[in-house]
Design a protein around this ligand. Structure first.
Ligand code: COA
Length: 175
């Protein structure tokens, strides 16, 4: 029996506070992991617990996943949000916890998430953005087939300066 959506190295599974909450609190308070994320504030356990409770209710406009290795170790989070069924479009995001980065989990998780978006949800267009300095993210997105479509100069205040943001898109290949 399979569980979740499987790639070569990882599996995307539903959020489970017992398995995933503690790591969320750890990783989202790690100032290196969050360096180029939008949220740059301390995250309390209570806040994260409430976020989990909210996210665990299935809604059409979002699909959150935890990322686990095929052996079942929790290594990150990813998901689709702002899903617009009429336009068949969504936005996406990802965090791989610091101890698990650079092991090929991020790229595999994005590939599985993309397959899920196109095959399960029938979407045709995925959008995401990343700060220009986030080389790891840009590289991973490009490798996963996302294309850069433009740069918004000075979009976000981040760690002492206004930072440029790179917009990416990924289209569903023709059948
Ligand atoms: C960006 C992120 C998802 C990449 O995941 P990962 O599991 O570490 O990356 P992978 O091991 O799958 O590597 C994918 C590619 O990115 C490259 N890469 C990964 N980390 C890198 C880094 N710090 N600097 C430069 N390149 C990097 C890898 O070398 C690989 O390319 P290659 O195969 O050509 O060598 C992860 O680093 C992360 O969660 N960072 C913090 C949160 C974040 O920035 N999220 C994205 C917000 S838009």
């Amino acid at each position: 029996m399979s569980y979740g959506w499987e790639g070569e190295k990882v599996r995307l599974v539903p959020l489970d506070p017992e398995k995933h909450l503690e790591n969320a609190v750890l990783w989202l308070n790690d100032q290196e992991t969050t360096r180029w994320l939008l949220v740059d504030m301390p995250i309390t356990r209570l806040q994260e617990k409430r976020y989990f409770e909210e996210m665990m209710i299935t809604k059409e406009e979002r699909v959150p996943f935890a990322v686990e290795t095929l052996e079942g170790e929790h290594v990150g989070f990813t998901g689709l949000h702002e899903i617009q069924p009429r336009h068949r479009c969504a936005r996406s995001g990802i965090v791989i916890g610091a101890p698990h980065q650079r092991k090929g989990y991020g790229i595999d998780a994005i590939r599985v998430r993309t397959r899920f978006a196109f095959e399960a949800l029938g979407l045709r267009l995925l959008l995401t953005e990343t700060m220009a300095e986030n080389e790891a993210s840009r590289r991973t997105l490009r490798k996963a087939g996302y294309e850069e479509m433009g740069v918004l100069p000075g979009r976000y205040w981040r760690r002492g300066a206004f930072r440029d943001v790179v917009q990416f898109y990924r289209e569903r290949p023709p059948d």
